[in-house]
Design a protein around this ligand. Structure first.
Ligand SMILES: NC(=O)c1ccc[n+]([C@@H]2O[C@H](COP(=O)([O-])OP(=O)(O)OC[C@H]3O[C@@H](n4cnc5c(N)ncnc54)[C@H](OP(=O)(O)O)[C@@H]3O)[C@@H](O)[C@H]2O)c1
Length: 273
């Protein structure tokens, strides 16, 4: 990873934090992101103590599309290359309560934070990723997947935190397949994964769930997609840990992906393709 620049959203905590530490130790220039300055400071110290370079911290609340845009602009302004973007930030099914909440832009919160912000960031960072090719995007999704009801994407009826979380995670996987098709021949690959089941992280503990995996296990699976030679030419795939796997059937429905793409471009204010 020497000389490579990596942006990891949601790296102030959990598995993203572990991945940031590992990539910095491997020589990467790590761009850390989250909302919590104190957690970012302790991560910065940890990385420096372990002999990694000085990581740069980009604070941004991804429940706001304006803040998400600012984050992309700051990264584009500060760096001449971006080799990897790991879209990892997320909230769980019960983070800050299981009830329905909305983002700064009025969208269902889990869909906005877990999916839409990553969709927007990836698009805004694409010119730099393309200029730095070969480069990689890794979308940290989940095995928890629920098909999108296109008549009620914001889940205004029959809301459940688990369904909202799982819908946002399937949206990431659908976006991965769709984007890989668009990026064919560009030298930029994009894959998604379920890192590990119920890792011992804030999100899992907030859900009242007893952890059954470690962040190291999930972190290794993410690092595999970031650095693995065996996946250098792989794009548009979903992995369960270290192995390629099948996602929910809706991910392979080209019409559903097209619909999601059109909706996401509209919701994020990106120009229609
Ligand atoms: N844990 C599991 O077992 C598991 C299983 C499958 C998939 N995943 C996926 O793995 C990824 C990481 O999860 P984790 O378990 O490591 O979670 P975590 O420990 O709760 O960490 C979440 C990270 O996302 C950031 N984040 C949350 N909301 C944000 C917002 N509105 N704006 C900006 N940053 C925000 C947090 O930043 P702050 O420090 O600012 O809070 C933190 O750095 C998620 O995408 C999750 O869905 C986890």
């Amino acid at each position: 990873m020497d000389g490579k620049t990596v942006l990891i959203s949601g790296s102030t905590d959990g598995v993203g934090r572990y991945v940031a530490t590992r990539l910095a130790a491997a020589g990467a220039r790590v761009l850390i992101h989250g909302r919590d300055k104190a957690r970012a400071e302790t991560l910065r110290d940890e990385i420096k103590r372990a002999g990694g370079g000085e990581p740069m911290f980009y604070p941004a609340d991804l429940s706001s599309l304006a803040a998400t845009r600012k984050l992309a602009q700051a990264v584009l302004a500060d760096h001449e290359r971006l080799d990897v973007f790991i879209s990892n930030a997320g909230i769980g099914s019960r983070t800050e309560g299981p009830e329905r909440r909305t983002s700064a832009d009025g969208y269902e919160l889990r869909f906005a934070v877990n999916y839409l912000s990553g969709f927007l960031l990836a698009h805004l960072l694409l010119p730099l990723l393309k200029a730095s090719a070969p480069s990689r995007i890794v979308n940290v999704a989940s095995l928890g997947q629920h098909p999108i009801d296109f008549d009620d994407v914001m889940i205004t009826r029959g809301y459940g935190g688990s369904r909202a979380y799982a819908q946002s995670k399937l949206a990431q996987i659908m976006f991965t397949i769709d984007l890989a098709e668009q990026l064919e021949g560009s030298g930029v690959t994009v894959n998604s994964l379920h890192p590990a089941t119920y890792m011992n992280t804030t999100m899992v503990r907030a859900g009242g769930i007893a952890p059954i995996s470690t962040v190291e296990q999930g972190g290794e699976a993410i690092l595999h997609l970031v650095t693995g030679d065996d996946v250098a030419g792989t794009s548009g795939r979903f992995f369960n840990g270290m192995r390629e796997a099948k996602a929910n059937p809706q991910a392979y429905d080209a019409a559903a992906r097209k619909r999601l793409r059109a909706l996401s471009l509209e919701l994020t204010g990106l120009p229609a393709a």
